[in-house]
Design a binder for this molecule. Sequence first.
Ligand SMILES: Nc1ncnc2c1ncn2[C@@H]1O[C@H](COP(=O)(O)OP(=O)(O)OP(=O)(O)O)[C@@H](O)[C@H]1O
Length: 239
Amino acid sequence: MLSLKNVSKSYDNKKNAVDSLNLEVKKGEIMGFIGPNGAGKTTAIKMITGILSPSEGEITINGVDIDKSPLRAKINFTYVPDHPAIFDAIKGIDYLNFIADMYDVAVEQRRERIERFTKAFQIDHALGQPINSFSHGMKQKLLVSGALIPDPKLFILDEPLVGLDPQSAKILKDVMKEHCNNGGTVFFSSHVLEVVENLCDRVAIINKGKLIACDTPENIKKNTNATLEQIFLEMTKDE
Ligand SMILES: Nc1ncnc2c1ncn2[C@@H]1O[C@H](COP(=O)(O)OP(=O)(O)OP(=O)(O)O)[C@@H](O)[C@H]1O
């Protein structure tokens, strides 16, 4: 579903923020993307979503090259960024309808999905209000709801749990699981290793721009009694 082949990105033509990254995310799986601050997660996600062009390498989504055919690639995924940058003078419902229009979601389907997701996240009562009146958590939940309305083949989230209360985080985790159970694919970055360990089919660990592990949490922990957090800290510590 998502493939990165030898992908590198340098911001200064000296150091690679992402360095020869190879990664395959299969249809139907949840993959967690973890790494210390500055490891290159957001840079990789920005290249995957077409916000940045790779300095080298190729990224395909459902077989379509995001750099060469951005519109055809973008039909296949939605993305929730780490900082909700959202045009906030409009009402919540107008934002959701705008997303539904962009992805050509039929009226009946959008009605059902808007109701389902905004009720689950308990923001349905506020959809008639302008987004600039929403709290940070409400904006985050509106963004996630919007990203689910097209029922994307691939759902990409950059640190989606930041700023969500435990109830909302639980709902989001359930929604991500359900999306995969229904044949969708989820790729998300997080610093919450316990969530990654419990939620993900596979985990990719990036450090200093390089992929240092990509496997199931069980295999990464194989033959140890350590938690994913302990192994992560050991793998990414500065020598
Ligand atoms: N716009 C930019 N210009 C120059 N350097 C950048 C830019 N954005 C990121 N970097 C650098 O690229 C490297 C990777 O940063 P990136 O934001 O991708 O890491 P991250 O894993 O998402 O970190 P965090 O966990 O802190 O969000 C870091 O060294 C960072 O300083």
